[in-house]
Structures are given as C-alpha cells and as structure tokens.
Design a binder for this molecule. Structure first.
Ligand code: PA5
Length: 442
C-alpha cells in the first residue's frame, strides 16, 4: 500500500548539513525521551500501546448514541479540532442537508458567542441528542459554560436519568471538576492519558469517540498511525519524512521565511488545516520564536490572498497537501452552443482541472520565489489520515526541539484567561480585577 510522501524539490537547497544534524539530534531527544516536556510523550507510542479494552470502550460509548439525531461534541483547542479535522475530511460536505442513519456530530464550547449557542439550542429543541463533554483539565471556561447550558436543555427534554445516559465525559483520570461531576452524577467517563496533551490527543477518546460516532473506521485510522510510527520514530534522516519536513521548515525559517501556509485544493481539508495550525502554533510559538502557521484553501483563496502569495513580502513558504484520488467521479458535459467556451474541457474529469490548477499554482508560486513543500497522499481515507496526523505530530516535536523550545507546553494560553476572570469577577482574582479596571479607566 502506498504511503504519504514528501517532495522538497523547490526548497531542498535551503537544507544545510547543520540543519540535518540538528534534526537528527532533535529526533534523538524525542526517541530517548530526554528533551523538555518529556512527561508529555504518551502520544508517541499511543498507536501501538492503545489497549483493546480502551478501544472497545470507545466503540461501546459510540454505540450508545446510535439512536440520536445529533451528538454535541463540547471542547476547545485540542479537545475538538482533531475530531473535526478527521470528520470533515472523511464526510460528505453536504451531509447536514441530507438524510442519514448515523448521528451528526455538532460542536460547542469552542467559542463564547451567545448567538452561536442560542442557535444551537434552537436546533436541538425537540430533537434527540446526546453530549460528549471533552476537557482534560475539566475546568476550561468555554466548554464548561456550553455544557451547563446544553445539559440543562437535555434534562428539560428527557429528564435527569436519561440525560445522564446520553452524556459522556472525556477527561483526566485523576483530577478536575468534570471528573468530579461525572463521578457524582454517575455519568459515563473515559479518560485521556495524563501524559498526552490536548493537541496530541487525536488517538485517544478525544478524537476517536466523535469519529466513531460518525461511523468512521477508527481501527484503520490507528493502523495508519502505526505504519507512520515505524518510519518516523527513527534517526535515519533519508527515510524519516517527519524529520525531513522539520529540518526543511527550520532551514526556511532561518532564511527569513517566518510564515508557513498550509494549502490544499480539497475543501474537505479546511479543518485539517485548523488542527495543524493549533498543533504547530501552540507547540512552537514561544520564547519570541516560531514560524507563524497560516492556511489557505485553494482555488478559493487563489482569488483573494493568492495575490499576496504571488507578489507580497517574501517571508512565506507553502506546504501543500496533495491528494491523488477523489472519492467520486464527475465529468464536464459537452454543450452544443458552447457559449461559455468550455467545450475544450468536455468529457474531462473535474479532478483533472483541479490538479492542473494545483500544478499551475505551484509553478507560479515557485516562480514568485515562494518555496513549496509538497505532502502527497493517495486518498482521503482513515488509513492515510492516521498517517498524516502522526507524521505531523512527530514533525512538530522534532521541529520544536530544533528551535530549542518545549513543544509540549502552552504557557501563553493563560494570559487572556487571567484578564477574563478578573473582568468577570471570578473569586480569587480580586487584585488582578482592580489592576485591570484601573488600566481600562485610563
Ligand atoms: O493542546 C492543548 O493542550 C490545548 O489546546 C487544550 O486542548 C485546550 O486548551 C483545552 O483544554 P482542556 O481539554 O483542558 O479543556
């Protein structure tokens, strides 16, 4: 079976011996578990180590929701982006408007918008729905508020006991208010291993449960990750594509390319890019360092930021995810009048046109002095998506170590929370509240 591969043609010349050596050293830190943040390396062996019992429990919990029309996946950051990335990549783009026998997974708790939650509540009124509440710490404000509101709606609709049956908590096995809630209320609970951070948690119940609820094959997803693990947990540069990717993006960064744009010509990968942005942004952006992770959806964005990419400041490089095969086939019909002048395309597959746009953009961007990294995958299937997720997880760990940062913490995420709690008058934040109010009055 072919695998995900990496093409570095237009940027190989940026790679120096020093970058390759740094990448090998960084891989060693990861493999020997002696780098910073080494208490958060549980994700590394997860594809092989995940217990059959745990997987069985994920599938059993997914089955609980079979009769629901909707399941709301409550979580923020790493607690929802992986599931959303995979479900969007595998699903029918228009599934919300089509009939189907499986529940739809909807998302909440990733923002504080009143209109968003109001409209979600409005949709769920009178419908059969369940809730999976995902929070490793168990106390993150956005998901906690969403849960309070949606749980109340569920109780109002089906009563306390049934609401408990239709709820699953995915959280720490040790601490946190979500864990306490689940224990007290006798709500089903499945744990996130302590040594797996949020953005690295796709192969735990955080990602696997919503993906299984939507009916996708989590065994194939894990098989893909396992096969990628075999080649990327290695210090052999020539065969390790995660290491090559980490090395070349650091070489580009050192050459002044401070922004990486993850692009694809498949709208189904839009949320994959959101997952990727979190993975790289939270792992690398610290100590005044780090490539800024951006994304573009082509050809849509070729008609907007495409101009900037082609001719703007040369501080960017592109990483394109190219998918070889589509799921469906669609030919362009011929038309007798040919008023749109498209008969030269009659009988040709739309994918041929899309691939021509991809090649055309790649060449134009290289000509415009934008280095292009290409990641090729055969199809958008569970197996290859499992490979792709694991490929990026290893790459960001190596890349972070090359940059000399701890890729597994996110200290900067706390800054806005302190201000928000102070503004809202959370007990314990009195001093911060006084300071912030004084600052706002100035
Ligand atoms: O990657 C991370 O660790 C974060 O993005 C978390 O996933 C996010 O902040 C949510 O945290 P929690 O699951 O504790 O609610």
């Amino acid at each position: 079976m072919s695998n995900i591969s990496l093409e570095l043609d237009s940027c190989r010349h940026y790679l120096t011996e020093e970058h390759i050596k740094k990448a090998v050293d960084a891989s060693r830190l990861l493999i020997e578990e002696v780098g910073e943040g080494n208490d958060f390396l549980g994700w590394k062996d997860l594809p092989f180590n995940i217990a059959e019992d745990y997987l069985g429990e994920v599938k059993r919990l997914a089955d609980k929701f079979k009769a629901c029309t909707y399941v709301v996946c409550i979580g923020i950051g790493g607690s929802y982006l992986g599931a959303k990335a995979i479900i969007s990549a595998l699903g029918d783009t228009f599934s919300p408007y089509k009939r189907r026998s499986r529940p739809f997974v909807l998302y909440a708790g990733n923002n504080l918008s009143e209109d968003y939650l109001y409209e979600l509540v409005d949709l769920l009124k009178g419908e059969s729905f369940g809730i999976i509440n995902i929070s490793k710490s168990g106390g993150t404000t956005e998901p906690a508020i969403a849960f309070r509101i949606l749980n109340q709606l569920l109780i109002d609709q089906v009563g306390e006991q049934k609401a408990r049956d239709l709820t699953v908590a995915v959280t720490s096995p040790i601490s946190g208010s979500l864990r306490q809630y689940a224990l007290k209320q006798n709500v089903s609970m499945i744990h996130i291993p302590e040594d797996v951070g949020g953005r690295f948690s796709v192969f735990t119940a955080v990602g696997l449960l919503p993906i299984a609820i939507e009916g996708y094959d989590i065994d194939r997803l894990l098989q893909g990750a396992r096969d990628m693990q075999k080649t990327t947990i290695s210090t052999h540069f020539e065969s390790n594509i995660s290491m090559q990717y980490a090395a070349v993006r650091n070489a580009l960064y050192d050459a002044g390319r401070k922004i990486e744009i993850l692009c694809s010509f498949r709208p189904k990968l839009r949320y994959f890019a959101e997952w990727w942005k979190q993975l790289f942004g939270e792992s690398e952006g610290k100590c005044g360092k780090g490539i800024f992770p951006a994304s573009a959806n082509f050809s849509t964005d070729l008609h907007s930021i495409g101009q900037w990419i082609q001719e703007g400041e040369r501080s960017i490089f592109e990483t394109v995810i190219s998918v070889d095969h589509t799921k469906h086939k669609l030919q362009i019909p011929s038309n007798d009048s040919n008023l749109d002048n498209l008969n030269y395309l009659s009988g040709r597959r739309l994918d041929e046109v899309n691939k021509s746009a991809e090649t055309a953009a790649k060449l134009a961007h290289i000509d415009g002095n934008v280095p292009v990294i290409q990641i090729k995958m055969p199809t958008l299937e569970e197996y290859y998506l499992g490979q792709l997720i694991y490929f990026f997880e290893v790459a960001v760990a190596i890349s972070g170590y090359m940059l000399d940062v701890n890729p597994f913490n996110q200290p900067g995420v706390e800054a806005y929370k302190v201000n928000m709690f102070a503004l809202l008058g959370k007990p314990g934040y009195e001093e911060e509240r006084n300071n912030i109010l004084r600052r706002l009055k100035r």
